[in-house]
Design a protein around this ligand. Structure first.
Ligand SMILES: Cc1ncc(COP(=O)(O)O)c(C=O)c1O
Length: 402
């Protein structure tokens, strides 16, 4: 009956597939079975408990009623937007044009509404974070993909150029989502050469129509090499300042501050102060969710004024980055012990393992009590929830099932 009422929803799965897998893993564990659940998308400690950054919660507890209860400005508190942007580009004194959004998801959705016409496609690299497809669909768009380079390879510049050119010639405009650095789900970052290939293609295509390059920055605090992350951000800033392509960022405090449930993020264009763009973003906010939650905005503003809290937070990020690095290394070593190739990790909560028939392999792994998320390009393994001591069992099962 419902499908008759909502005819455009007929193809939607009843359950989010990742939630369904996670629920199955948890229910088997609750019955006493020993399971390895690598489907989780939040950072867990080695006891399986959600990691919540102490520094952030201390600041949260200090918030006053007036920092929580009133509506935030429609486009967000400008001090919040600037503070968030300065976490990644500290040299900037202003956030440019932008608005606060409910999480990075809200920012991604708003980018479609403002930079594509209904029915058009946005371009991203595959594999990608699964909800990209849902966010696109829900906002009247769809995804076109280009392969994420294999480890040690550079993005195929000619093929990327062709793909982007076909789209921009067809649509008259182009929106690209680039989840870089610290990509979900490969756990890798674009090499300088791959970034350069993308920049060069966009430089050559920008005369065909407006191009928006949106960086989806969700996992930058969790990396083996903070210096590489900063270098990538500087590359993007330099490209943005050329002024040929509109460069923006989808920002989120979900992973970065472990404030998943606070639903705070931002869509920002730090190198552009443009009144019509600002007005359009504010209009989108008003029309979709009115304004984003006040409390996390107040918290970020507080954090930006508190050097000691920033130092404590940096220590916590370092600690958890090291934990993720240990887990990734343990997984790689365990795979090698099974005579399989290791897996590189540069940042974020996941790695992707190869599989010719990912769904079938994931199903077989369940028979070994091991849960992963199948994607068309392989298996998403959440090292954010995978203990180092479970990696030998994981690798053995993977070898048997793949
Ligand atoms: C790649 C990527 N982008 C964006 C997000 C957005 O998260 P949120 O809407 O919670 O800020 C996530 C969350 O998992 C993600 O993995």
């Amino acid at each position: 009956m419902l499908s008759q009422l909502l005819p455009n929803r007929r193809d939607f799965p009843a359950d989010d597939p990742i939630f369904a897998l996670n629920a199955e893993a948890q229910s088997r564990a609750a019955k006493g079975e020993s399971v390895v659940n690598a489907t989780v998308g939040a950072l867990l400690d080695d006891n399986g408990q959600l990691v919540i950054l102490d520094t952030v919660m201390e600041l949260w507890r200090e918030l006053t009623s007036k920092e929580i209860a009133p509506y935030a400005p429609i486009a967000g508190d400008p001090a919040y937007l600037t503070a968030l942007v300065r976490r990644y580009w500290p040299e900037l004194s202003h956030h440019g044009s932008g608005c606060a959004t409910p999480g990075g998801s809200g920012a991604l959705a708003l980018s479609i509404r403002n930079f594509l016409e209904p029915g058009q496609a946005l371009l991203t690299l595959a594999p990608y974070w699964g909800p990209y497809a849902t966010i696109a669909l829900e906002n009247g768009a769809h995804l076109e993909t280009f392969p994420y380079p294999e480890p040690g390879h550079t993005l195929d510049s000619m093929a990327f150029m062709q793909k982007a050119e076909t789209l921009i010639r067809h649509q008259g405009r182009l929106l690209i989502w680039l989840n870089d650095p610290c990509h979900n789900p490969t756990g890798r970052s674009s090499s300088p050469a791959s970034r350069g290939a993308i920049f060069e293609a966009l430089r050559q295509l920008c005369h065909l129509g407006p191009i928006t390059l949106l960086l989806d920055l969700a996992y930058l605090e969790y990396t083996a090499n903070p210096g590489d992350v900063m270098a990538a951000l500087q590359d993007y800033a330099t490209f943005a300042k050329e002024g040929k392509v509109l460069v923006g960022a989808s920002l989120s405090v979900s992973k970065s501050l472990t404030l998943y449930g606070a639903r705070a993020g931002a869509l920002v264009f730090p190198w552009t102060q443009d009144a019509p763009l600002q007005a359009a973003l504010a209009m989108s906010c008003r029309g979709i969710f009115s304004n984003a939650p006040r409390a996390p905005q107040s918290l970020i503003v507080k954090l930006a004024k508190d050097g000691k809290a920033q130092a404590r937070l940096a220590d916590e990020h370092r600690h958890w980055s090291q934990k993720l690095q240990v887990r990734a290394q343990a997984l790689s070593d365990s795979l090698r012990s099974e005579a399989l190739p290791g897996i590189p990790w540069q940042g974020g909560f996941f790695v992707t393992l190869p599989a010719d028939h990912p769904k079938a392999v994931a199903d077989r792994l369940k028979g070994h009590g091991v849960f992963v998320v199948p994607m068309p390009e392989g298996l998403r393994v959440g090292i954010c929830g995978l203990k180092a001591e479970d990696t030998p069992r994981f690798a053995k099962a993977y070898k048997e099932c793949v």
